[in-house]
Design a protein around this ligand. Structure first.
Ligand SMILES: [Zn+2]
Ligand SMILES: [Zn+2]
Length: 249
């Protein structure tokens, strides 16, 4: 019967039915059950379903479980689809801002790729690093220049570039305990010794973040999949060749 509950959970999450999700969990569904590599939380993150995401997170759904092929997790999915509220929820439940997909892209880069300025702004406000680069050495700034083209995107691009420039200039990072978020420098914030992906202004902040969810994601945010599928790789190579050709002109 648990199997039915698992299927019911995914069905309800995919279709945005909060009551269905509650019923399935009550019936004993595994909260992190996946089908085709997609969990209920990933469905809620793709759909921008705040209520379902909140319920799942409160009941302990994993924020670090990701698809195998391109290693897309809930934070990448919510960022790319412009679901700012879900992004905030995920981060407040311990999702790591510097999590990478199979191409070493951060959620911020994915938000920019899909022209989600509000979400990008929120990620930067939460402390997302703008200096990280993907597997081709491309940083967030270049993503803006490449993906936010066209007159209709002039304002959006300028705003994103402004935010990124500002963050690069001040070199400020933020305490990864989202309820704190205090700005600080690389030298003053202490790195999580285990995953080396999160930073804190104090031991208390580190402890607090550990209990709200970092305990579960710590060490699980490095990409460990089987590698991307060939078509995706081919598209990426074409993208890079195109980017390079633009750089040369
Ligand atoms: Zn702090
Ligand atoms: Zn850690």
């Amino acid at each position: 019967m648990a199997e039915d509950a698992n299927e019911a959970l995914l069905y309800a999450a995919r279709n945005g039915c909060l009551q269905g999700v509650k019923d399935a969990l009550k019936a004993g569904a595994d909260i992190d059950y996946e089908d085709d590599e997609i969990t209920a939380l990933l469905h809620a993150s793709i759909n921008g379903d705040v209520d379902i995401a909140r319920l799942l997170l409160r009941q302990g759904a994993s924020v670090s479980k990701r698809t195998k092929q391109i290693s897309c997790g809930p934070l990448h999915a919510a960022a790319g689809n412009g679901h700012t509220e879900v992004v905030k929820l995920l981060v407040h439940h311990g999702a790591t801002l510097a999590v990478r997909d199979a191409y070493q892209r951060t959620p911020l880069m994915v938000a920019i790729m899909y022209k989600q300025v509000d979400t990008g702004r929120q990620l930067i406000e939460l402390g997302a690093r703008v200096d990280l680069t993907d597997d081709q050495g491309v940083a967030a700034k270049r993503y803006c220049e490449f993906y936010m083209k066209g007159e209709d995107l002039d304002c959006a691009r300028k705003e994103m570039l402004g935010l990124i420039e500002e963050a690069l200039k001040t070199k400020l990072l933020r305490c990864c305990n989202p309820t704190c978020g205090k700005p600080g420098y690389r030298s003053t914030l202490k790195l999580c010794a285990q995953c080396k992906l999160t930073r804190y202004c104090s031991r208390d902040c580190q402890k607090q973040h550990w209990t709200v969810g970092h305990k579960k994601s710590c060490g699980h945010d490095a990409y460990t999949g089987n590698g991307p599928d060939p078509l995706y790789l081919k598209l990426t190579r074409l993208r890079i060749a195109y980017q390079n050709s633009l750089q040369q002109t």
